[in-house]
Design a binder for this molecule. Structure first.
Ligand code: CO
Length: 210
């Protein structure tokens, strides 16, 4: 069984192993980070960002929350986004959701009385459902949740595109490219659902005029 003590022992072993293979690894990495990717993923323990794409420390700037949402009043996500775009100048922003997402499933249920805060977070996913209600209620019920998970990811990519942060960077630096990915818990594979770059036409009501 995993315990905090075991985690610390594993950490020691990992650090020693990395240093043995590449003695300068930590020294070099301690100087600065230059990740080319921002990863916005679900907090789900089964979708660890670096692990599923075999990335190393220093390669991906990561933000994770329940159901990989980009909520345009969430200073946490927006601060990560701003820093990634303005300072780190990442080339790609990936929103990676996953099939079997408990957050999306919960959002399609009535609100639970013991989750008053989480309910509010999930409210934004209920809005995604309502936005695509005609499509979702017309498809095979067995496929509904998977499609809802995909639509939620796509919607978050559009929300990124609607931010002044991304639009400013698109206009002035032609970066970053936005990607919506879905991860399969059953096979560990990722599919791309949507990709938007600086040529994307933003609906006038979301346009940032600078
Ligand atoms: Co999830």
């Amino acid at each position: 069984m995993l315990t905090p003590e075991k985690l610390l022992l594993e950490n020691k072993a990992w650090s020693e192993e990395v240093s043995r293979k590449d003695p300068g690894f930590f020294k070099l990495l301690a100087q600065e980070q230059k990740p080319e990717f921002l990863w916005i993923g679900c907090a789900d323990s089964r979708v660890p960002a670096e692990t599923v794409v075999n990335a190393q420390p220093g390669e991906i700037f990561v933000h994770r929350n329940i159901a990989n949402q980009v909520i345009t009043t969430d200073f946490n996500c927006l601060s990560v986004l701003q820093y990634a775009v303005e300072v780190l100048k990442v080339k790609h922003i990936i929103v990676c959701g996953h099939y079997g997402c408990g957050g999306v499933k919960a959002a399609l249920q009535p609100q639970k009385s013991n989750l008053v805060i989480a309910n509010k977070w999930l409210m934004h996913i209920k809005d995604v459902y309502r936005l695509h209600q005609d499509e979702l209620e017309a498809i095979d019920p067995a496929k509904k949740i998977d499609r809802m998970i995909e639509l939620n990811i796509i919607e978050q990519v559009y929300r990124l595109a609607h931010t002044s942060i991304v639009q400013w960077a698109w206009k002035h630096e032609h970066q970053p490219t936005l990607h919506g990915w879905v991860y399969g818990l059953n096979d560990g594979l990722i599919d791309e659902l949507i990709k938007l770059d600086y040529n994307t036409q933003i609906h006038p009501i979301y346009q940032y005029a600078d």
